[in-house]
Design a protein around this ligand. Sequence first.
Ligand SMILES: [Zn+2]
Length: 417
Amino acid sequence: MSEQEQEQTDKQKYEFRKVIEELKGYDGSGTQLVSIYVPEDKLVSDVVAHVTQEHSEASNIKSKDTRTNVQDALTSIKDRLRYYDTHPPKNGTVLFSGAVDAGGGQTDMVTEVLDSPPEPIQSFRYHCDSHFLTEPLENMLADSGLFGLIVLDRREANVGWLKGKRVEPVKSASSLVPGKQRKGGQSAQRFARLRLEAIDNFYQEVAGMANDLFVSRRHELDGVLVGGPSPTKDEFLDGDYLHHELQDSVLGKFDVAYTDESGLYDLVDAASEVLAEREMLEDKQAMEQFFKELHDGNEATYGFEPTRENLIMGAVDQLLISEDLRQDVVTYTCENGHDEREMLDRRKSTPDHECSRCGATVDADEAEREDAIDHLMDIADQRGTETLFISTDFEKGDQLLSAFGGVAGLLRYSTGV
Ligand SMILES: [Zn+2]
C-alpha cells in the first residue's frame, strides 16, 4: 500500500468510526431502525425489490407509530438506492435509516449511507431492530493484526489464524501417544522410552503443521500464541520444535482446557490482555518518542494551533490525535479579514466571537465550523503526513488528551513553532 493510499484509509476509517459512534448512540422506541448490508456483487434492483417487499409487509405492524416509522425508513432507503447504477461501489455499501428518539416523545429521522467499507461485505443482510446494526462494520475497522494460533495437549492439536477479530481454524492432528498405563509384560523402562518417543514425534508433527502454515507469512505475522494444559505447552516451547523465527515471535503461552477447534477461540480469550498490549505498542512507542523530544529535543509540537502550523509547513512526520478527542474547530473571519480559530466541544453550540486584533464582533452564524480532526487530517493528507490515533488506555496516551489538548506531532525537523 502506498503512503497516499494509507492516508486515504486513515481518513476514511475515521469518518466511518465517527458515523458509527453516532449511530450507536441512537435508540428507536420500537423495532423501527433499519440497517442493510449490501455486498458488491448484489444487484441494486434486487435490493430495491427486497425493500419494497419489506415496505408492504410492514403494513401488518400493529403499532401505528412503528408502522409509519418503518415505512418512512424504507422509503428513505429506496430514495438513496436511486443514486447507484446496477451495483453498489467497491466492497459494497451499508444503509441505515430510522426514526430515533429525540427526547420528549419526539423522533428524528436519521439516514446514513456508508459506501465502500474497508473490507468487502460478505453477504446481504436486512436488519430491523430498536438499534442500528453496526457490529459488522466495527469489526472491519478494528486494528487488523495477523497472529498464528497453536493449541495442543499430548493427544490432539489445532493450528489456525487470528485475523483482526476473526479466528480461522486451519489444521488439526491427533497423536498415537499411549496413555500412562502400561500393558502387562512390558518393561517399565521400555514403556517410558516409547512413550517419550511418541510424544516427541507428536510435537514434531504439530511444529511441522505450524511451520507449514506460518513460516511463509512470517514477515506479516504479529506474533504466535500457544495454548494448552501444563506441562504440554511448556515442553513444546522449551523443546524448540518450532522454526526459529516462529519461536522468537511467540508472544506467550496460555492455559487452555480444550485443544479442539474451540480451544483456538479460548486461546484468543486467554490472550486478550497480551493482544490489547500488542495493539497499543505503536501508540506507546509514539508517545515515548513525543515525551523524549519534549524533554531533550526540539522535534515535537502539541496543541491545535502549533500542530496545525507545523502541519502546513510540512514539518510533521507523524500526527498524533487522541482517540477520545471530540472537538470542533470554529473559524471566525471578522469584517477586517482577520482569521481566528477556536476549539469547541462538539456538543456545544457556536458562540459569537470578538476579534482579538480589531475588536469587531463576528456572529456565530457567520462562523465556519468543522470537526477538528477532519480539519487536521485534510492538511496531513496534502502534506503526506501519517496520522496515528492514540488510545487513552495507558498513562501517556491519557496525558495526550488531558494535558496536551489531544493533538500533537512528531516533527521531521525543529521549526521553533
Ligand atoms: Zn479583526
